[in-house]
Ligand binder design. Structure first.
Ligand code: ADP
Ligand code: MG
Length: 355
């Protein structure tokens, strides 16, 4: 009773904030308000002064339209926190937006989801950066765990659940039971790699160079891993390799299937490898309960079908796969006691994390 009252008082005094620091997108959840921010994880930096000029959507819109000394940085490239100061500025920006929406007296309590590939030093850097940005209490959770919680998988039970989170820089494949990761793999084959596969293919086949944004648009518009009766096509505009002038070509879904086939195979291979290192009891749970896909890559048309065919078990796409992690951090905030074992909560845990 007293504990309830204390909880209510603290909620009145401080915000509970969940953050997904994705390699492509960062999202913020505020308890009682829902997801209040969803922007690209991009920061524009003035190289002459070292100052951050813009963060998020504003920074992404500047891409390719700035003088040479202003560069866009993705601080969490390939799941690695590459630049501490920039990460801190980014967290400042996120916390300020959250605090502006819901004003509170004390510094917020924050749960941050980080890529599972991040090292101890980087985990500590994220915690310090979040503290410096004004948080009164910081908890760190690995993204595949947060994604599983966001999908309401029964991770507290002695029962195997399998999650594949296909993001921008990395794909996390994890099998979880009783609050712990039983077996996992993190590979650098995800959305960004598919984009570069597509631009390399178009360069080779059509002899034009296309930009990152164009290859991403092609990917999200016409990718379909299963050949369907009706084919899809789109125009791609780029620079002719020989003349240097703009040229437009028509790209079809069959081009894209070919362009990304190797990466798709690697995703499937990695999934099989994780299954192979899983103990039989847990494996039998997964056979029954299936595999859950999260992250933007879960939306690749036909991927769930192909994977199901390959591993001979059910494969499900999460509802709203791009928001699973941040919704997971929200659920953790609401039930911190229940989920305390999944958090990387103190210095000891950080230094015990094997790498
Ligand atoms: P991260 O967690 O690493 O920030 P996200 O889960 O936000 O990544 O996913 C971003 C990736 O998902 C990007 O590479 C984006 O191109 C890709 N993506 C988003 N929507 C689709 C779609 N409909 N089809 C294929 N890929 C998509
Ligand atoms: Mg993610």
């Amino acid at each position: 009773m007293l504990k309830d009252k204390w909880g209510q008082l603290m909620r009145f005094l401080r915000n509970d904030i969940g953050i997904d620091l994705g390699t492509s997108n960062m999202l913020v959840y505020v308890r009682g308000k829902g997801i209040i921010l969803n922007e690209p994880s991009v920061v524009a930096v003035n190289q002459k002064t070292g100052q951050v000029v813009a963060v998020g959507t504003e920074a992404k819109n500047m891409l390719g339209r700035t003088p040479p000394h202003i560069v866009a940085v993705r601080p969490i490239v390939d799941g690695v926190i590459s630049d501490f100061e920039v990460t801190e500025e980014m967290l400042h920006y996120l916390l300020n937006k959250a605090q502006a929406i819901s004003k509170k007296f004390l510094g917020p309590r924050v749960v941050v989801g980080v890529p599972s590939s991040i090292t101890n030093v980087e985990t500590r850097a994220v915690r310090d950066a979040t503290k410096n940005a004004g948080a009164s209490e910081v908890h760190i959770v690995e993204e595949p765990m947060a994604a599983a919680i966001g999908m309401h998988l029964p991770i507290n039970e002695p029962l195997g659940s399998m999650v594949i989170d296909i993001g921008g820089g990395t794909t996390d494949i994890a099998i979880i039971s009783l609050n712990g990761v039983i077996s996992s793999k993190n590979i650098h084959v995800a959305g960004d790699k598919l984009n570069s596969d597509i631009s390399a293919y178009i360069r080779n086949e059509f002899k034009i160079v296309i930009g990152e944004k164009t290859s991403e648009n092609i990917k999200t518009q016409i990718t379909s891993l299963l050949a369907e009766k009706t084919s899809f096509e789109t125009q791609a505009r780029g620079r002719d390799l020989i003349t240097g002038l703009p040229r437009e070509v028509v790209v079809t879904d069959s081009d894209i299937r070919e362009a990304i086939s190797h990466s798709i195979e690697r995703l499937i291979e990695a999934t099989k490898e994780v299954l192979e290192m899983t103990p039989p009891e847990i494996l039998s749970d997964i056979m029954h309960r299936g595999i859950y896909l999260a992250g933007g890559g879960a939306l690749i048309k036909g991927f769930a079908d192909i994977l199901k065919e390959e591993v001979k078990m059910p494969v499900y796409i999460a509802d709203d796969p791009l928001t699973c992690v941040v919704r997971g951090t929200g659920i953790i905030l609401e039930h911190l006691e229940k989920y305390k074992e999944v958090l990387i909560a103190n210095e000891e845990d950080v230094s015990n994390k094997a790498h």
